[in-house]
Every structure is written in C-alpha cells, then in structure tokens.
Design a protein around this ligand. Structure first.
Ligand SMILES: Nc1ncnc2c1ncn2[C@@H]1O[C@H](COP(=O)(O)OP(=O)(O)OP(=O)(O)O)[C@@H](O)[C@H]1O
Length: 344
C-alpha cells in the first residue's frame, strides 16, 4: 500500500479486512467493518473519528483484547509477518509485553495503586528479561528520566496516588517503553489531562519515535493532536475507514465529505484561521440501524443514487477515500460547501 511516507521493506503491522461485531438482543451489530491499513516501522498514524466510530474496538481487536464473549472478530492482523488474530493468550501476552505496548486514557488502568511505580516498572522489565533487580531498578530510573519525570531517583519509590495525572501518564509511558517496543498503541492518552500537560505528553510520544524507534498508533478525538504528531491519518466513520492519507494531504485537501466537516472544524496548522467553519449536520447512525450503502449518506449534502451501494476505499498517491463523488470535482465541491457554511 503506497503511503505519503514510504514504508520500509517490511511493514511492521498489516491489518486486513478487520471486522468486529457484537451479538446483542437486537441481533448482530457491526462496530468495525473491513478496516485495512499498514504501518511502517517508526511511523505515527493518527486514528480520528466521532465517538462510537470504532476507533477503540479497532485497537483492542489488533491487540487481541476484546473481552466480550459476544464479540465476533474476523480478518487479519499481522505483526512483523506473524498473524495475531487467533493466537493463544500466552503467545499474545509475550508479544504484547515485549514488542507492542499500550497506553490508555486513564493511567490507573495500567498502574496498581498498592505498588510503587518503580516496582511496577521493575516487574515489567524482569517479566521479559533476565536482569538483576538492581539493574532493573537503574533502568527504571533511566526510563523515568527519559519520559521527563522530575527527580526520577526519588520518583521511582512513589506510589501512583503521590503523582499528578500527567506524571502518572509519564510513568505509564516509561513502563510501556521498558521493553523497547516496536509498536506503541495509545488510545486517547491525553484526554484525562489538562491542556498544558497534554501538550507535554504529546511531545513525549512524538519524541519516542526518534529516541526509542517505536511506531505509534494514536487514537484521538482531537485533530489538533493529529496535526502535532501524526505522519498519516485514518478517518473512521461508522466502523469504516472513510479516508486515509498523509497528514498534509488530509489537512490541505480532505477527500471525503465527512472529513471536510471534521477538518473544516479546526484551524489550519499554518496560515490564518478561516472565517467560516463547516459543521456536520446530523449524528452518526446507530449500529443497529446502519443505512444501506454509504453510512455517511444521510448526513451528506452530495448524496446521490450511487451512494445506495457501499463505496470502497480508493485513490492515488497514498491518499484514499471511500466516496462515489468524482475525484476531480471534490475540491471545488468542498470549497463551495465551505463558502455556504454558517460563519463561526
Ligand atoms: N460489548 C459491546 N456490545 C455491543 N456494542 C459494543 C460493545 N462494545 C462496544 N460496542 C460498540 O462499538 C462501537 C464502537 O465503539 P468504540 O469504543 O470503538 O468507538 P470509539 O470510536 O472508540 O468511541 P470513543 O471515541 O467514544 O471511545 C460503539 O457503538 C459501541 O457502542
């Protein structure tokens, strides 16, 4: 799959036709439908979309962490060539601990309140490596230093409740990095933090690629976050990827009418703030009442007959979208729509 940023010979992660559905009283509902993408080593992908668009379920399915007995997960997730879907728990645990690390919104998901953060990092290191406790402790202090925890020598002996939210998230990132992961998966890692701390954590995540060589999948509601750190962006809507492209492509010339609304609603990275913002009327469909064909159709100004079918993802130069509008007229339509929008 060509991308803005040429993948190395061997992609780190290849996700193909990933589907997650849930058996409910009202029938089987689709949460993720046919998601495919690949991630190159050291690449940072931002996954964006409204609440309920399937971002978290996509990540959890990649990690083999969907716990609901009512879930049905199909497709393929290959990490360094190895299929992860259907792998036994022990084998998955080994990969998750050693090569793939996770950071969630609430740092307390990853931390145990009754142990010091040092002990938790040491335990993590020694679970995967035969090193002495004192060597592991030294590594823990170095990691806490690397993620910017002040006074790491004493912070290592603190309990999670003795740290602020931002410091706890740094500790979780240190723990995630303890195994030098090739892939870091972060689901809304800054949502629970205040704005200044958010910026610091994002800067840290972006730095990880340079200092630790990790690729990152970053799920966020926040397009400002994507503008800061991502190389490439996946836009999800109603469980599908509706647009994929390099960050510059997405911000400059989004191709999907849903992305026009989404990317029109934040100021551009450079240049003056636009006088008008584009709102997206309506709300996403309920999983139990998915419309036929394009799920964005009911909210789309440009809906036409073809949209009764499901559009597939297509495009050129690594910039793809799932929409039947002719490619060559999209930007004119986008500008027309923006000009019609209510002033902000
Ligand atoms: N156990 C379950 N049973 C039925 N539906 C579920 C279950 N778990 C998740 N879902 C549904 O899957 C859909 C996708 O959820 P997901 O958490 O991936 O969305 P999201 O894009 O990450 O949203 P948010 O940004 O709010 O976290 C949602 O509609 C959610 O209600």
């Amino acid at each position: 799959m060509p991308t803005d940023k040429t993948p190395a010979d061997r992609p780190l992660l290849v996700v193909e036709n990933l589907c997650v559905s849930f058996r409910t009283e009202g029938g089987v509902v689709p949460a993720v439908s046919g998601v495919s993408f690949s991630l190159a080593p050291r690449e940072i992908i931002g996954v964006v979309g409204e609440s309920g668009s399937g971002k978290s379920q996509t990540l959890l399915a990649i990690l083999g962490l969907i716990s609901s007995p009512n879930a049905i997960v199909t497709g393929s997730v290959r990490f360094l060539g190895q299929e992860l879907l259907g792998l036994k728990r022990r084998a998955l645990d080994a990969i998750r601990g050693r090569q793939i690390a996770m950071i969630f919104q609430d740092p307390m998901t990853a931390l145990t309140p009754v142990h010091t953060i040092g002990d938790q990092i040491i335990e993590q290191i020694r679970a995967h490596e035969r090193v002495s406790r004192s060597a592991a402790r030294k590594r823990a202090v170095d990691l806490l230093d690397a993620v910017g925890l002040p006074s790491p020598d004493s912070a290592v002996d603190r309990y999670p409740h003795q740290l602020s939210g931002g410091m706890r998230q740094r500790a979780v990132i240190a723990m995630a990095l303890s195994c030098n992961p090739a892939l870091l998966i972060a689901d809304e890692p800054t949502t629970a933090l205040d704005v200044t701390v958010q910026a610091q954590i994002l800067e840290l995540i972006a730095r990880l690629r340079d200092e630790f060589g990790s690729a990152v999948i970053l799920v966020t509601h926040d397009l400002g976050v994507v503008a800061e750190v991502a190389d490439r962006v996946l836009v999800m809507y109603a469980g599908r990827v509706v647009e994929e492209g390099g960050k510059g492509q997405l911000f400059r010339e989004p191709l999907h009418p849903y992305a026009w609304g989404l990317f029109g609603s934040i100021p551009p990275m450079h240049g003056p703030r636009p006088a008008r913002l584009t709102a997206i009327p309506g709300s996403p469909p309920k999983l139990s009442q998915m419309p036929q064909g394009c799920a964005f159709g009911p909210r789309c100004t440009f809906r036409h007959e073809a949209c009764a079918e499901q559009p597939s993802l297509g495009g050129v130069a690594g910039h793809r979208s799932a929409c039947f509008l002719p490619q060559d007229s999209r930007q004119d339509l986008r500008r027309t729509l923006a000009a019609r929008a209510v002033p902000a």
